[in-house]
Each structure stands twice: as C-alpha cells, then as structure tokens.
Design a protein around this ligand. Structure first.
Ligand code: ADE
Length: 240
C-alpha cells in the first residue's frame, strides 16, 4: 500500500461528497498525491430497509444512528490503509472547533476516516470503542457553532483545509505562507491583507498607489499595516 495520505469518508449520502472530484482535491487525487474513498454506510446494514438509526434510549426527540453498521464500516475501511494508526474524525457540533492548527496537525496523519453522522448523532459507544483501540485515534470535530443536517459538508470543509497544505497540492507553496491564519511566520495571529489585480482602476476605485510603486519594503509595510487593521476589526467586533 502506498505512503500517501489516505482519506475515507463514511456517509449515508455518498453523492454529497461529489465535490471531492473537483478542483484542487480532485487534481491532487488524480496526481496520486492523496487517496480518497467514499463509502455508503447502508452497505453495512442487514435488514431489507437498510436501517441505520433507531429511537434514543431514555426517550427524547429524533433518531440516533445505530452502532453496528458504523462498527462494520469503520473496521472495513481501516483495512484500506496499512497506517499503524487510523485517525477517526467524528463530525459533530459538540466537537473541538476546527482551526488552522488542527488542519496542520491532521496533515501528519496517514489515514483519516471521516464519520458523517446525521439525525441526533451516532450512538456514543462507537467513539468510546475506537478510543479504546490502540490502532485508532479519535477526534470529534465541529466546523462552527451552528447545527448542520449532517457531517458531510463539515467533512468537505476539513478535507479542503487539510489537503491544500499537503506538499505538492498547491502550485506555489509561498502562497500558503502569506495567508490568513498561517502558523509558520511572525504574522501567525494576523489575517491576510487585502489583495488586488488588474485593472488598476475599476468602477472609480484605484488600487493603492504603493502597490504600483515597485518599492518592496513599502509594499511589505503597507500589507502588514492592512493585516493589523483587519485583525483589530475582527477581534474588536468578532460577530461582524
Ligand atoms: N454536524 C452537524 N453540525 C455540525 C457542525 N457544526 N460541525 C461538524 N459536524 C456537524
């Protein structure tokens, strides 16, 4: 088996993950820089209806995803990689909030398995079981303080944040260093400065003069100042 990072997604809506074939991620997979598999959870059900959920013990609204199909699907998918540790990412609004730091950490994992829950979530014993397995690491991850219909969109977000950091995926790696939330340089706490391209005039608005000056020192100073202004606005007014 190959040494590139492998990503497996388990979902009841495989079609939701179709965007993985496009753009940056699709090209990276085609070039063999990463491997991606999308798996239908219902393939692991045994009843004629392909049931994946049931009513919650203790009562309450909604349905809970049953542990058995999840256990079977995760065990099967784990066999697709010879990585010593499989990192199971369970998408849930109750998880740790995704940050650039987490995305960077996840680039180091050779095998990521994304479990896309729906309804009121997955039976809690699934995370408990894999947490107890020496060849698994489990992380519950949220992409923000809002509730989605399921983990599929969150998986797309997290995979995009990770995959673009993998060496060779982005044509010009310098662009990674300059951008917002990049942890590599002194601007680690600053968001990116505003960017401009041609034409120099558009609808009466001019590109800032300094960017046309060719004075690299002045340009760097201007950009740093703009980053600081943007960052201050965000931290003073985090809701805007
Ligand atoms: N599933 C439902 N809402 C979610 C969120 N905010 N993040 C990750 N997974 C989710």
């Amino acid at each position: 088996m190959s040494k590139v990072n492998r990503f497996d997604v388990i979902t009841i809506f495989p079609d939701y993950l179709a965007p993985l074939k496009l753009s940056l991620i699709g090209k990276a997979a085609e070039a063999g820089l990463i491997e991606i598999g999308v798996h239908d959870l219902r393939a692991q059900t045994t009843d004629v209806h392909g049931s994946v959920d049931d009513t919650p013990y203790g009562g309450g609204a909604g349905m809970v995803m049953s542990p058995e199909p999840w256990g079977k699907a995760i065990d099967l998918v784990a066999e697709l990689s010879d990585a010593p540790v499989h990192e199971l990412i369970v998408l849930t609004p109750a998880g740790e909030k995704l940050t650039q730091k987490i995305a960077e950490e996840l680039t180091k994992s050779r095998h990521l398995i994304f479990a896309c829950g729906r309804y009121e979530g997955i039976d809690a014993r699934v995370t408990a079981y894999y947490q107890s397995q020496p060849n698994f690491k489990v992380r519950e991850v949220s992409i923000g303080d809002y509730v989605l219909g399921g983990g599929e969109v969150a998986t797309l977000v997290i995979m995009e944040a990770i995959i673009r950091l993998i060496p060779g995926v982005i044509g010009n790696p310098l662009s990674l260093e300059e951008e917002s939330h990049s942890l590599e340089d002194e601007n680690s706490t600053l968001v990116e400065y505003p960017t401009y391209t041609k034409p120099a005039q558009w609808r009466g608005l001019n590109v800032p003069e300094v960017l046309l000056s060719g004075n690299h020192g002045a340009i760097a100073a201007f950009r740093r100042e703009q980053s600081q202004i943007r960052t201050t606005k965000l931290t003073r007014n985090p809701e805007k």
